[in-house]
Design a protein around this ligand. Structure first.
Ligand code: KIV
Length: 283
């Protein structure tokens, strides 16, 4: 049974993650879109495995997050769920799924019923957060750059006034019941200020070093995409290694190096002799 906190107070996983803020322990979050990567992430000790709507641009070949549907999210959530045994599982509410508080509740409960421990909503949707809190659904807010809303990827909260608005909105969303806040593409100073003004943990992506945790897109961490981002460290270069592996496979098939002796099964000497002595004609 997922530990979503549904039907009452916060779940144990949420309480444990929130306690990390008080203890000064950083929270490591990664996006995840499929079963094998979910298994790797849990083995690596990732604190929150996040089925994000960036599945659209990173896995489905869409041009924009806004093309992602509830059905896309459900398909990937189910795959990731099969690979996660005990880690907090977060699901992203896709574009258009939270336009009213009722829609937010209906769609979020579909994710919770499939095993999500919490859901993340973009935008300043105070009433949706309140409605979800009333149903006991654990929620994550998301301020700064919101890819579902902002078309250009540029630094947010660059002025004191804009920074103060982020702090104010963050506090209202916390008040409305949000358990966590993702902060995206804002100056480090603003990430720090919001983090100090909230009791709930903040998780940053391109938001500096001083948030309570960090989230990155797993395909960026594994170096699968061709684009480089300033806020990312590519911990491996799978786009190079993966392409090279595929080229070697094609060459091996064409040149008869694959399959080799170790890949094949054989008839016993007796069966082979029988086959060659005409058993086929008897049939
Ligand atoms: O969809 C996404 O990748 C996100 C980021 C904040 C990690 O929401």
């Amino acid at each position: 049974m997922p530990d979503s906190g549904r039907g009452g107070g916060r779940g144990e996983k949420t309480i444990a993650l929130q306690a990390m803020k008080g203890a000064g322990e950083k929270i490591a979050v990664l996006t995840c879109y499929d079963y094998p990567t979910a298994v790797w992430q849990e083995e690596a000790g990732v604190d929150v495995i996040f089925v994000a709507d960036s599945v659209g641009t990173n896995m489905l070949g869409y041009g924009d997050e806004r093309e992602v549907t509830m059905e896309d999210m459900i398909h990937h959530l189910k795959a990731v769920r099969r690979g996660v045994k005990h880690t907090y599982l977060l699901a992203d509410m896709p574009f258009g799924s939270c336009d009213t508080p009722d829609a937010a509740v209906e769609n979020a409960l579909r994710f919770v019923d499939l095993g999500a421990d919490g859901v993340k909503l973009e935008g300043y949707k105070v009433e949706a957060f309140e409605a979800l809190a009333l149903r006991g659904v654990d929620t994550w807010a998301h301020l700064g750059l919101n890819p579902q809303i902002h078309h250009k990827r540029r630094l947010k909260a660059r002025t004191a006034l804009a920074a103060a608005r982020v702090v104010k909105r963050a506090r209202s969303l916390q008040e409305a019941g949000a358990s966590f806040l993702v902060l995206e593409l804002i100056p480090e100073e603003v990430g720090d200020l919001v983090t100090r003004r909230l009791t709930i943990p903040t998780i940053g992506i391109a938001a500096g070093r001083l948030t309570d945790g960090q989230v990155l897109v797993v395909t960026d961490v594994l170096g699968m995409g061709d684009r480089e981002f300033r806020h990312v460290t590519r911990y491996t270069d799978f786009s190079v290694d993966g392409r090279e592996a595929l080229r070697r496979y094609v060459a091996d098939v064409r040149e008869g190096r694959f399959p080799g002796e170790r890949h094949v099964g054989h008839l016993s000497a007796e069966e082979r002799a029988s086959l060659e002595s005409g058993v086929m004609e008897e049939e």
